[in-house]
Each structure stands twice: as C-alpha cells, then as structure tokens.
Design a protein around this ligand. Structure first.
Ligand SMILES: Nc1ncnc2c1ncn2[C@@H]1O[C@H](COP(=O)(O)OP(=O)(O)OP(=O)(O)O)[C@@H](O)[C@H]1O
Ligand SMILES: [Mg+2]
Length: 261
C-alpha cells in the first residue's frame, strides 16, 4: 500500500485539530495501520498528549534546516506498536522566517517526507497543523494528499473556512500540489443538547454534503482530560462517549480513504 498523507488543519484555534490527530492516529494504529503522526505545531500539544517530550533537536526543525533526515526523528510511541511520532519543539516557530527565505519554500516538507514514504514502513502519515496559515501549515498542505478540516459545531464555525478553501484551490490549480483534495470536514465539540449545534451541523452539511463525516465528535470532558495524562482517549477512558465517537469516526475514515487491508 502506498503511504497516504493527511493534514489536519484549520487556521482557527481550539477547534479539535490536535484532539483529532492523536486519537485518530491511535485508532488507526489499533486497526493495524502503521501510522506516523507529525507534530507541526510549535506548541507541541500532540507531542505531550501522546506522552512524548518536546526537546531541542527532536522535530522536523533540523531536517527542514538541512540537518539530517526525518527518518532519524521518528520515535516509537510506547502505548502502541503501530504508532510513531515526529515530535515538535519550540524552535519550530523560527522556521516561519527561515523558510520564507528559501527557494521552493512551500515544498520543503514534501521533500522530507519522500524517504519516509519510500521506506515502505508506514501506511498513514497524519500531520497536526498549528492554528495559522503560515509556512508550517502551508508546507503541510503541500505535502498532503488530503486536507482534513475540523470545525467546532458552534456559532461562527464556518468563519475563516473560505480562507483555507481558497488556499486549497490555489494549491490545486498550481503545479505545487495539484493532487491535494479536501478529504473531509469533521464536526467537533458537538453539544447535542444545544439547538444551535444542530443548526450549525445542518448548515455545514447543506454546503458540503457528503464531505462532512457522518460521525460528529461530542463535547466530552474526558477528551479534554486525557492529554494531561499523556494518553489517547482509548487508554484513558475507552468506554466514554468521546472514545466511541473517535472509534466510529476512524472506521468511517478507513472506509472513505480505502485504508482497510
Ligand atoms: N470533543 C471535545 N470535548 C471536550 N473538549 C475538547 C474536545 N475536543 C477538544 N477539546 C479541548 O478543547 C481544547 C482545544 O482542542 P484542541 O487542542 O484539540 O484544538 P486545536 O484545534 O488543536 O487547538 P490549536 O489551534 O490551539 O492547536 C483542548 O483543551 C482540548 O482538550
Ligand atoms: Mg492543536
């Protein structure tokens, strides 16, 4: 199977990108798919949420600056034999400026992923993007086969969506990444007791139809607690509503992108 690359992005902050990245990565690994999660956010939330350290020299920063390959930065995640991670570090923030001075600055991550894909060791690469449409997110989109957008099921959910969709269109139209596709929109932080949440999901479905995943992720305190224990929801509380939601979403994800073996 060729390695498929998914970027989880939305320039809006706090919309469930990282929560989705870590739990999807874990559930994909659990289903037998060798999965690498790349933390492209200098905040390093995905890194600590999976129990790894943000430490100097341990991220894509070095390889992006021409030091070493990304293969050397792949770490095993102890909780699962199929789960791997390229952690983040604070220095990654500096790359915004450094990359801007390079030729082909949008294609830097694409180049780095080549040996990772060619190694034939991994089925899926997930990229957790920071809340901005800067160099890090742009490089992630250019390196991806599919863009996955998470949207908070609340007022103004679609605000800013046109911006990222415009970026998608321009990357597709250019020769930079003509193959990039909108893989899907995941509604997160869904509170089913709130009327507005249903209205928002209805609106988004009206616009994007089947692109919206059938499974929504409910607001669940357990999902917000798990990262502070360095655990995915499947280790922290496998029987809570949030764990079931991410389990069913992952099944839908595997089906949609034909990842089943
Ligand atoms: N379904 C959920 N139920 C309850 N809390 C959630 C849920 N999803 C995310 N959270 C919490 O909301 C906050 C933001 O979520 P998360 O970090 O996943 O968003 P993000 O889009 O990655 O944020 P950022 O843009 O800062 O990277 C976190 O504290 C997280 O634990
Ligand atoms: Mg995040």
């Amino acid at each position: 199977m060729t390695t498929k690359v998914f970027s989880i992005a939305n320039q809006k902050g706090g919309v469930g990108k990282t929560t989705t990245a870590i739990n999807l990565a874990y559930a994909l690994a659990e289903s037998g798919l060798k999965t690498v999660l790349i933390d492209m956010d200098p905040q390093g939330n995905a890194t600590s949420a999976l129990g790894l350290e943000n430490k100097e020299g341990g991220s894509v920063y070095g390889p992006l600056c021409g030091e070493g390959t990304i293969l050397e930065q792949v770490q095993s995640v102890q909780s699962h034999t199929n789960l791997f991670m390229v952690p983040s570090e604070m220095d990654l923030a500096a790359i915004e400026v450094e990359l801007a001075q390079r030729d082909n600055y949008l294609l830097q991550l694409t180049g780095l992923l080549e040996p990772l894909k060619a190694s034939d060791n991994y089925d899926v690469i997930l990229i957790d993007c920071p809340p901005a449409l800067g160099m890090l997110s742009m490089n992630s989109l250019v390196a991806a086969d599919y863009l996955i957008i998470t949207l908070q099921a609340e007022y103004m959910a679609m605000e800013g969506l046109s911006q990222i969709l415009k970026v998608l269109d321009s990357l597709k139209a250019s020769s930079i990444n003509p193959n990039l596709e909108l893989g899907g929109i995941l509604m997160t932080l869904f509170d089913r007791r709130v009327n507005l949440a249903h209205q928002v999901v209805g609106e988004v479905r009206k616009h994007f139809d089947e692109l919206v995943f059938r499974n929504n992720i409910p607001r669940s305190v357990r999902l917000s607690e798990a990262p502070s224990f360095g655990q995915s929801i499947f280790e922290y509380d496998p029987n809570c509503a949030g764990a079931y939601a991410y389990k069913y979403f992952t099944e839908e994800f595997i089906e949609r992108f034909d990842l089943g073996s």
